[in-house]
Design a protein around this ligand. Structure first.
Ligand code: ME8
Length: 509
């Protein structure tokens, strides 16, 4: 494929105080879809994820379970990496903030801000929620507790260095309002602009005196860098910031940060302000997706409805897990994961849908044309698909460019339905008795439908897409351009198909 420019996408780096959960899988699979789509467009993609390993949350958990922080980090970071492998995440690198290279870049960045006079020293007295890894105000508390973690915050009095956030807020606001720094979806942009309008944000502390598990401040080693301040810098330390600027020059600014809505303030306000202070370009886009519930309830250990992603993969396989996760509700909104309907949906969309369509198509090609893709005499007029596949591809492409992940996936389901309807309408088994030429057109059209489905599926279900292409005898050449690949009628006539086991077998409840 010809390279058309760079595309850098990153997920948050996840805390290692525990093993990964479904929320981490959701964000990472979604970002993987976008990364794979951009590779399909022929772009030079850099896709990063990783683990956020310092701070009091990890320090405390390690103490609780009788391990050193590093032991806990190694163990849980390993669980993240294993899970992402099992989910076919195509990340180009996996960054751990305990790596020396990250520490080195962070020290360089912090020294830079120090030299630019962006910090000042002060004593701080306040409430700290370890679960959130942030200071929390009295106003935010519900019955004295953090509303998210249902725990009492700690009262902290210590010497800290502060970042002059307020100096940069007008500029951040202006850039977001002008759309130069895109914050999406619109509801999140409004939320961020609201925060900036109400002037509720104060300078924030960039260091902690009482925490030991972290990176020391380069200009005062009695303090470690506040975990959020350090974690955000992963997006540039991973590019070799300050160490080897070649990759940094090539990929910064990031094209999109894909995050959950819980951490929008850090990404859309604090991070841009820190970059402005350092004189660096800002991210092009920050996209915050919604939070999900499971069968209508908040996913929680107390309710006992926590779904282990590994169990889902054991039971449905990698690609079906990816499909089930992404097809539930519009990306960007809050939604419900209807786990009690997984089997029903798996049977309807995957076993009876995608898998059955391919299997029927291949069986009929074997039966009527000895397994050879027939020559099409004339192009079929597809009344079921106004505008043809071209229009569908345009919508698919626009949706993925706008990160409407679930909407792009719905075009694939739609195309399967169109193809099923086409079989019912044309009845190949009747044509086989009376009209060979028409039968050849119909079978070619069906095979070509399956080829398009396979390519549309690729970002979502890469292994299934590959199996479909092997079955159809399609060679996916590196040099094939996206425009070529989405054209109608490029399936080669005379190709031998390879019918194998169905892609997805029906499952009993
Ligand atoms: O915040 N629904 O890490 P974290 C959807 N280390 N997504 C969810 C979710 C849910 N119910 N629960 C979690 C951190 N997520 C920091 C980030 S980045 C420089 C540092 C996802 O382990 C979502 O992406 O708490 C959310 O933003 C992320 O997990 C939080 O992961």
């Amino acid at each position: 494929m010809s390279k058309k420019g760079n595309f850098y996408i990153a997920t948050p780096i996840y805390y290692v105080n525990d093993r990964p959960h479904l929320g981490h899988a959701y964000t990472t699979v979604s970002a993987d879809v976008v990364a794979r789509f951009h590779r399909m467009l022929g772009e030079n993609v850099l896709f990063l994820t990783g683990t956020d390993e310092h701070g009091s949350k990890v320090e405390k958990k390690a103490e609780e379970v009788g391990k050193t922080p590093k032991e806990l980090c190694d163990e849980n970071s390993g669980h993240f990496q294993m899970l992402f492998d099992r989910l076919s995440i195509s990340n180009d690198d996996f960054i751990r903030t305990t790596e020396d290279s990250h520490k080195e870049s962070v020290k360089i960045f912090m020294s830079e801000l120090y030299e630019k006079d962006s910090f000042y020293e002060d004593r701080y007295e306040g409430l700290y929620c370890t679960g959130c890894e942030r200071f929390i105000t009295e106003k935010e508390l519900v019955e004295g507790k953090c509303p998210d973690h249902k725990t009492y915050p700690e009262k902290i009095t210590e010497k800290n260095y502060f970042f002059k956030l307020k100096e940069y807020l007008p500029k951040v606001k202006e850039l977001i309002a002008r759309g130069e720094l895109q914050v999406e979806p619109e509801s999140r942009r409004k939320e961020v602009l609201g925060l900036l309008d109400n002037e509720v944000l104060d300078d924030f502390s960039v260091s902690r005196e009482s925490v030991k598990w972290g990176i020391p401040l380069p200009f005062d080693d009695s303090q470690v860098i506040y975990v959020w301040v350090e974690a955000l810098q992963f997006y540039i330390s991973a590019l070799g910031y300050g160490r080897d600027n070649e990759k940094f020059e090539q990929f910064w600014p990031v094209d999109v940060h894909v995050i959950g809505k819980d951490i929008i303030k850090f990404h859309a306000i604090y991070w841009p302000a820190m970059l402005l202070a350092a004189g660096l370009p800002l991210p092009k886009k920050i996209y915050a997706h919604g939070y999900f519930t499971i069968n209508g309830d908040k996913m929680s250990k107390t309710i006992g409805n926590v779904i282990d992603t590994n169990d889902l993969i054991d039971s449905f396989g990698t690609d079906a897990t990816r499909y089930l996760l992404l097809s539930q509700f519009p990306f960007g909104q809050d939604g419900d994961i209807k786990a009690d309907k997984f089997i029903e949906q798996y049977n309807a969309d995957l076993a009876n849908g995608i898998s059955n369509l391919l299997h029927r198509t291949l069986s009929m090609t074997e039966k009527y044309f000895n397994g050879i893709t027939p020559t099409m005499a004339e192009e079929e007029h597809l009344s079921l698909l106004p505008g043809g596949v071209e229009a569908l591809w345009n919508n698919y492409k626009n949706d993925l460019n706008e990160l409407k992940v679930e909407k792009a996936l719905s075009h694939v389901t739609m195309l399967v339905k169109v193809a099923d309807g086409y079989i019912e309408q044309t009845k190949p088994w009747e044509l086989a008795k009376e009209d060979q030429e028409k039968l050849a057109n119909v079978m070619y059209t069906l095979l070509e439908f399956n080829r398009h489905i396979s390519f549309m599926l690729y970002p979502f279900m890469p292994d299934t897409a590959e199996k479909m292409q092997t079955a159809l005898g399609v060679q996916y050449e590196e040099h094939t351009s996206f425009d070529e690949l989405i054209k109608w009628g490029t399936l080669e006539r005379g190709t031998k198909i390879k019918k194998d086991e169905p892609l997805f077998m029906r499952r009993e409840n």
